[in-house]
Design a protein around this ligand. Structure first.
Ligand code: NDP
Length: 451
């Protein structure tokens, strides 16, 4: 990174020394932007402004459990950047949630949303509440209390949250119901809604499908495809499930899936029927992947061990790896195991699942690598399509939305690929995505005056 960028980065470190995930996300972007600042030195002021969120809201979320005990969680909304549209980004409910994680996610979201070509700014929010093991009524009471504060800060033209880890259709329903009651209006203020009250077809599938569309485009630049490819998928939530579905549809063979307790390896491949079983396990019975190995023959289950143990899932010999669980789940040593196993392409379904060491390892070894801000943009893009349908009070067919999603992902791939080439870094999707995402926001910020 050049001196001007280094001074921006140093100021980020000095201002919030306790936010390592945010530093990691900022460093990765600033590293890519040197050639842009060289060509447009005036953009350094935009960079200086962009690393600071426009607004951060933090609030108390008190709720009672089924036994009448009071719990007090912390709620957040980081409204990072609205230069090209209303803030847009998910809500995460997970015990690890803090300002560092939400700022990293909000910062990434700014570039991702810009890349989709849709008019959406970037934001992120959530709480350190853990929905795991909670009853439906507890989750409902929590969501209602969370919205009791959040509602005054969001709006269809201001900030439109969606789901993320721990926030699926059930949570969005409770949140939307409470917003509607408090604001006394029915608007498209949240995306990922149920189909019966304004949700878009394909939104649940969008991130996973979009990821596979992107990876398919990336593979095709080297005359490869998913047909007959062996695929490692991590996670077993929303993104992982629908990535698995699309891989199967394209003729690939997913052989691993995981949750925070461990991973399964199914050498015969997860087929349609087995995936239906996983979807029922995870979405209805809220069970663990371990049960898959107990239910199906010939499947290995390995419990996860804390660091410094390596996640052996990544030593599976595969053609494609799709990390779809959480940030920093795949480190440099684990990347090396994938490389040794002959992996051709890695595409991030989760946000920042690969550490900087892992990314370096892939790039140095000629593995095609897609950063989440490009390859998982299908989720937010389809949220954008949900906003459009809500605005015009129309509902598009499954085929129509899927076609638009596919078109957007093909275009995101093309933009990242061509931008990397234009700036002398062919095949470097990290640089291509960061630069292309930045340019649109930078131009808009300059045109409006840096405010
Ligand atoms: P879900 O909550 O549906 O699933 C998350 C999955 O990851 C679960 O299998 C979960 O296991 C696992 N997981 C979560 N935290 C950890 C951890 N610390 N260690 C190991 N495994 C973990 O979330 P999503 O599928 O929606 O999101 C997954 C990733 O994709 C996140 O990074 C999210 O930001 C990103 N993303 C999601 C989008 C969306 O539309 N949903 C859009 C773009 C990106 P367990 O159940 O045991 O916790």
């Amino acid at each position: 990174m050049d001196n001007a960028m280094k001074s921006v980065y140093d100021s980020v470190l000095a201002r919030d020394p306790d936010q390592p995930e945010f530093h990691q996300a900022v460093e990765e972007v600033l590293d890519s932007l040197d050639p842009v600042i060289e060509a447009n030195p005036e953009y350094i002021d935009v960079v200086r402004a962009m690393v600071e969120p426009e607004r951060v809201i933090q609030f108390r979320v008190p709720w009672y459990d089924d036994d009448g005990n009071l719990h007090v969680n912390r709620g957040f909304r980081v409204q990072f950047n609205s230069a090209i549209g209303p803030y847009k980004g998910g809500l995460r409910f997970h015990p690890s949630v803090n300002l560092s994680i939400l700022k990293f996610l909000g910062f990434e979201q700014v570039f991702k949303n810009s890349l989709t070509g849709l008019p959406m700014g970037g934001g992120k929010g959530g709480s350190d509440f853990d929905p795991k093991g909670k009853s439906d009524s507890e989750v409902k009471r929590f969501c209602q209390s969370f919205m009791m504060e959040l509602w005054r800060h969001i709006g269809a033209d201001l900030d439109v949250p969606a789901g993320d880890i721990g926030v699926g259709g059930r949570e969005i329903g409770y949140l939307f119901g409470m917003y509607r009651k408090l604001a006394n209006e029915f608007t498209g203020v949240l995306t990922g809604k149920g189909r019966s009250y304004g949700g878009s077809r394909i939104r649940p599938e969008a991130t996973g499908y979009g990821l596979v569309y992107f990876a398919r485009e990336m593979l095709s630049t080297k005359d490869k495809s998913f047909d007959g490819a062996t695929v490692a998928i991590s996670g077993s939530g929303n993104v992982a499930q629908f990535a698995c579905e699309k891989v199967i549809e394209l003729g690939g063979k997913p052989v691993t899936m995981s949750d925070s307790s461990g991973y399964i390896y199914d050498p015969t491949g997860i087929d349609r029927e087995k995936l239906d079983w996983i979807m029922d396990l995870k979405n209805n019975r809220r069970g663990r992947m371990k049960e898959y190995a107990e239910h199906f023959d010939g499947v290995d289950y390995t419990e996860s061990k804390p660091e410094p143990n390596l996640n052996q899932m990544w030593s599976t010999k595969v053609d494609v790896a799709l990390p779809c669980a959480t940030q920093n789940e795949l480190n440099g040593d684990e990347a090396k195991m994938l490389v040794d196993g002959g992996v051709t392409a890695v595409a991030e379904g989760a946000n920042m699942p690969c550490t900087p060491d892992a990314v370096d390892c892939f790039l140095l070894n000629g593995v095609m690598f897609a950063p989440g801000k490009a390859s998982n943009a299908g989720g937010v893009a389809t949220s954008g399509l949900e906003m459009s349908q809500n605005s015009i009070r129309m509902s598009w067919s499954r085929e129509e939305v899927d076609q638009k999603l596919e078109g957007i992902m093909v275009n995101v791939h093309k933009t990242a690929h061509e931008t990397a080439e234009r700036y002398g870094m062919p095949g470097n999707y990290v640089a291509g995505a960061n630069i292309a995402g930045f340019l649109k926001v930078a131009e808009s910020t300059m045109a409006q005056g840096i405010l």
